[in-house]
Design a protein around this ligand. Structure first.
Ligand SMILES: CC(C)(COP(=O)(O)OP(=O)(O)OC[C@H]1O[C@@H](n2cnc3c(N)ncnc32)[C@H](O)[C@@H]1OP(=O)(O)O)[C@@H](O)C(=O)NCCC(=O)NCCS
Length: 181
């Protein structure tokens, strides 16, 4: 499949019932397929109600980019960026927060086709637009990656993310950031 086989879009708010279902399905698949890659666990998510799933994505404080397979409508991958306000709720950190990239996942059959790059690119463009004219600190996008996740680290590195001095709560993870401009 080439680049034209996929459509990259962001989940519109208010979120449709179909999008809640597809988001839930892909997120649970991501957590079962690559549990090592995420801070969140399948067991903590599988029993969430539809309203809880909806609440996660039905907000303008979150940008969720999705790669849709044009021929089938299947969602091949997704990644979200949380605003600084939402990122604070996510991490429990009350201090000033940068934007936070979370939930980066591509179905195994669709990997190495540039989708990770395109999904993050869409997220960075969203941050770039909403922070136009602001100081660099407000334009930062951070993420946490497992220190042995070579494919994800290579992806982020290729997009200009650099490792920061900071530490993550989980010592197996390292923080990276980029300025969206
Ligand atoms: C990491 C992940 C999102 C990459 O998605 P992807 O769509 O395959 O990535 P892309 O095709 O856009 O790759 C872009 C670049 O990233 C790097 N990269 C991606 N996968 C790689 C791999 N397995 N090995 C080495 N480099 C890799 C390459 O530099 C690649 O460019 P290239 O194909 O021109 O060499 C995907 O492997 C995945 O979902 N992994 C499991 C979940 C995960 O680790 N999420 C990250 C949590 S922090």
């Amino acid at each position: 499949m080439d680049n034209h086989a996929y459509h990259i879009f962001s989940i519109p708010v208010p979120v449709s019932e179909e999008h809640v279902d597809k988001y839930r399905e892909l997120r649970l698949l991501a957590l079962t397929t690559n549990p090592e890659a995420f801070g969140s666990k399948y067991e903590d998510n599988v029993d969430k109600t539809r309203a809880q799933w909806r609440a996660m994505i039905d907000t303008p404080e979150r940008f969720t980019a999705v790669a849709r397979v044009l021929s089938t409508g299947e969602w091949a991958g997704m990644a979200s960026i949380l605003t600084p306000e939402m990122a604070g709720q996510h991490t429990g950190d009350t201090g000033p927060n940068p934007h936070l990239l979370v939930g980066m996942w591509v179905r195994p059959a669709h990997r190495r086709k540039g989708l990770g790059k395109r999904l993050i690119g869409a997220g960075i463009e969203w941050v770039r637009t909403r922070t136009e004219g602001m100081p660099d600190k407000k334009r930062q996008v951070t993420l946490e990656v497992h220190r042995h996740n070579e494919s994800a680290k290579a992806l982020y590195d290729g997009l200009g993310f650099v490792v920061t001095d900071g530490e993550c709560e989980d010592s197996n993870r390292i923080p990276m950031f980029v300025v969206a401009k």
